[in-house]
Design a binder for this molecule. Structure first.
Ligand code: AMP
Length: 541
């Protein structure tokens, strides 16, 4: 017997119509590329998104066409999130920090027809344009007075001219909820990037799950500042969540330095933010150097890379900002787990609580996870057994876009390439990315565990541990350290700091001081580059 309930497709456009109807007065504040602050409301967003949808139709964009953006976090980018996906086309967000070869590859592979860009990114657009083999329509995301002289093969359209030329009389089409809504390429360090094609259904379900109290806990009371870029897995879904719950949104544009972020957080009363650990390092350094405090921020979501326990403790104990450590992947839209505590853990002593929060946390409803050994057999949830993390769920990739390869899953589970353990309460902890595990004499050493200890040392600004080749043990851990300014700490002091904290055989053998840590296009540490640089350290030292 079938249920007798309405069949309403889950569509991205419904998030916007909900926000317009129920939260029309709520503000969206953007620090613009032009340098000023722009403010408007959800009702303006909805109206301008409809005008842009008409403009896209006028440009001949059809259902399923790919429309690319090369843009920072801002209100015009948000309009495109809804105008493009809502009208049935596919929003392809490009990361301007990637190597030009990769950007060209992605545009060609996706067969993008239109490229919207922030004007400060014109040099990137000019560098890639001559290499594109298909015609492209270029749109500068600004008004007529700010369109710079452009050296491009085709004339450049102006975003505000397109909006001005269209009215807002537009009905969002009744799409199939399984139609594609947006496209994001993985930022893999080897091989060509792979496209993950999200559907309206997967996006809306992901939005529900992300907003839940034990996930990111978002509501109409929040003012959300997504530092995570809108080109990094849809800013972890926050542009959708904000519409669903009616939160005030604050966009930082390209200004992601500590001082700029802090000023915006304070002036706009931000309650919640989200980003990768390296961004928070900059913010914390600025706040500490200037002896500032946070007057409104209550919590921050940290993910994309392991969050060191020292950072969690500093946010919580010094600044009274709760940390929500989250794990996800482009292939998961991206949210998989969030480390929100259970009631029995709240009264734990702070250091025990922080040790739990340094784990990547519990699966949100909709994501099923398990760990498997080399033989593919499931491993127990005993907080000791480690294996490859496998996931499945409604917003997990099934196959990559435009790939002739079979579905990417194994027996219905997506192999994440992360090595993890899970405790009996279901708290998952990533012990390493499979390729970062240090294999020493047949034993596996977690580089993250070593980095977590090192980053608790008061003289350490950043710590990275890699496996360097070793004649006897195959690989041994080498610790690369960026010191805090003015520190005179020496390597032996740092090695002694591991006494009693990590098993003797798993401690790093040596410390090398480096000036800075190389970061990739999404702010994650480029361990590959450090491995290339230091892989012979123990052979030649
Ligand atoms: P991306 O698809 O570029 O977002 O990268 C996904 C990968 O980032 C995951 O497979 C993990 O290796 C890593 N990652 C994401 N979040 C975390 C986290 N909280 N802790 C450790 N690694 C993470």
């Amino acid at each position: 017997m079938k249920g007798l309930m309405m069949q309403q497709p889950l569509l991205v456009s419904t998030l916007l119509t909900h926000a317009e109807r129920h939260h029309g007065e709520r503000e969206i504040v953007s620090k613009r590329v032009e340098g000023d602050i722009h403010r408007y409301r959800y009702r303006d967003l909805a109206q301008r998104a409809r005008r842009m949808a008409n403009a896209l139709a006028g440009l001949g964009v059809l259902s399923g066409d790919r429309v690319a953006t090369l843009a920072w976090n801002g209100y015009r980018h948000m309009e495109l999130y809804y105008a493009v996906s809502g009208s049935g086309a596919v929003l392809h967000t490009l990361n301007p920090r990637l190597h030009l070869d990769q950007i060209v590859y992605m545009i060609e592979h996706a067969e993008d027809r239109i490229l919207f860009f922030d004007v400060d990114l014109l040099p990137v657009v000019q560098a890639i344009a001559p290499r594109l083999t298909k015609p492209m329509v270029y749109v500068a995301m600004t008004d007529r007075t700010h369109v710079p002289p452009c050296d491009l093969p085709e004339p450049v359209l102006c975003y505000e001219d397109l909006i001005d030329a269209c009215d807002d009389d537009f009905e969002w089409p009744d799409l199939d909820e399984n139609d594609a809504s947006s496209l994001c390429y993985t930022s893999g360090t080897t091989g060509n990037p792979k496209g993950v094609l999200y559907s309206h259904r997967s996006t809306v379900l992901h939005t529900f799950a992300t907003a839940l109290p034990d996930a990111l806990s978002c509501s109409a009371w929040d003012t959300i500042l997504p530092v995570v870029p809108m080109f990094h897995v849809n800013a972890w879904g926050l542009p959708y969540v904000a519409c669903m719950v009616g939160a005030k949104l604050v966009f930082p544009g390209p200004w992601l330095k500590g001082e700029s972020l802090y000023e915006l957080i304070e002036s706009e009363g931000v309650t919640m933010s989200a980003g990768v650990p390296t961004v928070w390092q900059g913010l914390l350094a600025y706040v500490n150097d200037h002896q500032h405090s946070f007057s409104s921020m209550r919590r921050t979501v940290i993910g994309g890379a392991p969050c060191p326990p020292a950072m969690i403790a500093e946010f919580q104990e010094v600044h009274c900002v709760d940390v929500l450590h989250a794990w996800g992947m482009t292939e998961l839209s991206p949210l998989g787990t969030v480390c929100s505590l259970k009631p029995c853990q709240i009264s734990m002593p702070p250091d025990e609580r922080v040790a739990i929060q340094a784990r990547q946390g519990r699966a949100v409803f909709g994501i099923d996870m398990k760990i498997v050994g080399d033989d593919g057999q499931e491993m127990p949830w005993d907080n000791a057994s480690t294996g490859e993390l496998m996931v499945r769920g409604q917003w997990v990739v099934d196959s990559y876009f435009g790939s002739a390869e079979a579905p990417v899953h194994r027996d219905g589970w997506f192999p994440t390439g992360d090595i993890a353990k899970i405790d009996s309460d279901g708290f998952m902890q990533i012990t390493d990315r499979a390729k970062d595990v240090i294999k020493s004499g047949g034993e596996w050493i977690s580089s993250i565990a070593i980095e977590n200890v090192a980053s608790q040392h008061p003289d350490v600004a950043s710590a990275v541990c890699i496996g360097a080749r070793h004649r006897k043990w195959d690989e041994r851990p080498l610790l690369l350290i960026v010191k805090k300014p003015g520190s005179a700490v020496v390597g032996d002091e740092l090695l002694a700091f591991f006494e009693g904290k990590v098993a003797r055989w798993a401690r790093p053998d040596a410390v090398v001081f480096i000036d800075s840590v190389p970061l990739g296009a999404t702010g994650k540490v480029l361990k590959n580059r450090l491995r290339d640089q230091f892989q012979d350290y123990f052979l030649t030292a």
